[in-house]
Design a binder for this molecule. Structure first.
Ligand SMILES: [Mn+2]
Length: 250
């Protein structure tokens, strides 16, 4: 008996030059170095169309300079060298909740936002001091530049180019790509990571760190290399069917 096998062509961007940057987590100096390498590469590549620069989210928390990280993304947008697709990570989701819900302040400060708060010049209070947390929340909201507030408010959830889907966390297996919930796109972990299904697109994501080196599977590429414990920030460069990684060290 013979078996008919269809050989699918390798995934492609359809020709577009695309860079997708993993979770930054306040490591602005590493981001600056990575963006310089990307700009140099983009210039040398002489693409027919303006290249796309995707950020898969988690700009803030953990590292020393969340404010600087957001400034660098805004600068990349303003440079006009790239079309920028800045996606929302779970850490931005938590930060937006903190900005909208003063009662969430003690939890956010103790679990998420201490270093982010410091980067905007606000001294974090003891999380047990509810009144001080609410005051700090108001001070933080006042200290946050309008451009940063607007940036947080306009983050995308996903971006599709050719055979690739870019998203922070992943997708829910068994659910059509256009029927995914915001929560899954931003927060999902193991149901997605442990699934070998063809999702319809190759999913380029971050959220769950892969220690030091990007993770490449048939159905997904993880560009979160855990900069806060490995010192390595990673981007994937995709152009047509080609794919390679660019890294910067802290
Ligand atoms: Mn992250």
């Amino acid at each position: 008996m013979s078996e008919t096998r269809s050989i699918a062509p390798p995934p492609s961007t359809g020709g577009r030059l695309v860079y997708a940057v993993g979770d930054i987590h306040g490591y602005a100096a590493a981001l600056k170095a990575l963006l310089a390498d990307i700009a140099e590469d983009a210039e040398a590549s002489r693409p027919a169309e303006r290249p796309l620069l995707v950020f898969v989210g988690d700009y803030v928390d953990r590292g020393p300079d969340s404010r600087g990280a957001i400034d660098l993304v805004l600068e990349a947008e303003a440079s006009g060298l790239f079309e920028v697709a800045a996606l929302k990570g779970n850490h931005e989701d938590a930060l937006l909740r903190f900005l909208e819900e003063p009662a969430y302040a003690p939890s956010w400060i103790s679990n998420w936002g201490e270093t982010t708060m410091i980067s905007y010049g606000i001294v974090p209070p003891e999380p047990g001091d509810t009144a001080a947390c609410r005051q700090a929340q108001a001070r933080f909201a006042a200290a946050l530049p309008d451009a940063h507030r607007a940036f947080l408010g306009r983050l995308g959830l996903c971006k599709t180019v050719g055979d690739y889907l870019f998203v922070h966390a992943g997708v829910r297996p068994g659910v059509a790509l256009d029927a995914q919930t915001d929560r899954d796109l931003i927060w999902i972990r193991y149901d997605f990571l442990e699934c070998d299904d063809d999702f319809g697109k190759v999913v380029v994501h971050g959220h769950t760190p892969s220690a030091g080196r990007p993770e490449v599977k048939k159905n997904r590429i993880n560009v979160d290399t855990g900069v806060y414990f490995t010192g390595l920030l990673t981007a994937v460069r995709l152009e047509g069917e080609s794919r390679r990684f660019i890294q910067a060290a802290v």
